[in-house]
Design a protein around this ligand. Structure first.
Ligand SMILES: [Zn+2]
Length: 170
């Protein structure tokens, strides 16, 4: 049984993963991770943030791999296998979200290519969001459970890079 590693940052319904963000009711700026309180847009006085499901596809903004295990509290599988990480700009939203890439290496990636959100378990069991090639992320409960332990499911997928491109200094 797998459960989301962070409550409230993403959801999986009928096998389809969605990141959860908040959208300002005044200026429409999207925040990820979801937040409460005033809008982060420095040019907006809005204080009403509404939870939204973020687009499941985006384009690669940058990518790398991690050839050594991240420090605790990350639970790395032993033996450790390098993982691929990508910062993906969500379609139409102008925000970039970092995640592990499942099933692809840095040799497979290039800036601008499209990736799709999935949910997959880390080595120690908790479910995290990951990026994958479009069309391969048609996950359901049995599917991503079955893929646990394939060696391609461990990474700091809990990291998030919520910076907005083009946003001014805070
Ligand atoms: Zn706003």
């Amino acid at each position: 049984m797998t459960t989301p590693v962070i409550d409230g940052w993403f959801t999986v319904d009928d096998g389809t993963a969605h990141l959860l963000g908040t959208r300002c009711a005044d200026c429409r700026t999207v925040h990820f991770p979801p937040r409460t309180g005033p809008c982060r847009n420095p040019h907006c006085d809005g204080e009403t943030l509404v939870q939204v499901r973020l687009p499941r596809r985006g384009t690669v903004w940058s990518y790398t791999n991690a050839c050594y295990p991240p420090p605790a509290p990350f639970v790395a599988a032993d033996p450790y296998e390098p993982v691929t990480l990508a910062a993906v700009e969500l379609a139409g939203e102008g925000i970039v979200v970092l995640g592990q890439v499942k099933g692809l290496t840095v040799d497979d990636l290039h800036v601008g290519m499209e990736l799709e959100l999935i949910a997959s378990p880390l080595a120690d069991g908790p479910l995290v969001w990951m990026w994958s090639a479009p069309g391969t992320g048609d996950t359901n409960g049995a599917d991503h459970t079955a893929k646990a332990g394939t060696g391609a499911t461990r990474a700091p997928g809990t990291s998030a890079a919520p910076e907005r491109r083009g946003e001014g200094v805070a």
